[in-house]
Design a protein around this ligand. Structure first.
Ligand code: HPA
Length: 274
């Protein structure tokens, strides 16, 4: 199904009815390990996804499933505590539905975070990558179907999906914190199975530095709607086949948990500087 523009408006209306005169400027989508940032929002108004008409619900473990509005690092934010994934059964349109709603409630900047598998063999688990570009060639686009011109054009330009200015700001933030920051290409795979070693080699051959199951659809919809996008991947594991050991969701969560302070400091510093 293609949601008509009126559905997005109805979602935005419900959120506006709860947020009073508050208007967020920046939206954040919190991936594995960073969900706790939603609990740090000051003067929070939390809206469960289930209260918002037409909103999909996140079912992934460790994803709370609520929108938190308030102040974080001195900025007015809308935080998605929990995101939707295609592997949960949502279409790409549904996965990225919230991004358009965030645009309607006035967020012009979107910060996307995720846990990812490391494809670049010069890097290691625990490394943080600011996303320079993405590859999403598997399965259809979230923009498939009738174009909603209220958001953007039929054939949107994707030459600079991840804002060069925001990437520079991320590097500056990392330098200030004395933290090493990688930069590279995020290669999307739909999951939920981890990639095979051959698929990880494919990703590397195509120019990918990380593989993951989120972020790319949301970024496409955000760029279509004219939002500025900043993306971060935390390398929670080496991609399949690089090390002679199996991958597991437990390993991903354990690394995400172990790195959460460093990762969150970087995101908060970027927010401060925005
Ligand atoms: N592949 C895909 N998604 C992931 C991975 C991975 O290796 N690690 C964390 N998310």
């Amino acid at each position: 199904m293609v949601h008509p523009f009126s559905h997005y408006q109805q979602s935005a209306d419900l959120i506006r009815s709860r947020m009073g005169d508050f208007t967020p400027d920046i939206a954040l989508v919190l991936g594995s390990g960073l969900g706790f940032l939603g609990d740090m929002v000051e003067q929070p108004v939390a809206i469960p996804y289930g209260d918002i008409p037409h909103f999909p619900r996140s079912t992934a473990p460790g994803h709370a499933g609520r929108l938190v509005l308030g102040t974080l690092a001195g900025k007015r934010v809308a935080v998605m505590q929990g995101r939707m994934h295609h592997y949960e059964g949502w279409s790409y349109e549904e996965v990225s539905y919230p991004v358009r709603v965030l645009k309607l409630i006035c967020c012009e900047t979107l910060i996307l975070t995720n846990a990812a598998g490391c494809v670049n063999t010069a890097w290691a688990p625990g490394d943080i990558m600011v996303i320079s570009d993405q590859i999403k060639i598997f399965m259809e686009s979230p923009l498939r179907g009738e174009n909603l011109a209220e958001f953007g054009p039929r054939f949107p330009d994707m030459s600079k999906m991840y804002s060069p200015a925001l990437r520079a700001l991320a590097h500056e933030s990392a330098r200030e914190l004395g933290l090493e920051l990688r930069e590279g290409v995020y290669c999307y795979f739909p999951g939920p199975q981890f990639e095979t070693p051959a698929e990880v080699r494919l990703a590397r051959t195509l120019g990918g530095d990380a593989v993951g199951m989120s972020t790319a659809p949301e970024a496409i919809v955000a760029v279509h709607a004219g939002m500025e996008v900043l993306g971060f991947s935390l390398m929670t594991n080496m991609g399949a086949g690089i090390l002679d050991q199996p991958l597991s969701g437990e390993e991903v969560n354990a690394t995400a948990e172990a790195c959460r302070d460093r990762f969150s400091h970087l995101v908060l510093r970027c927010l401060e500087k925005l």
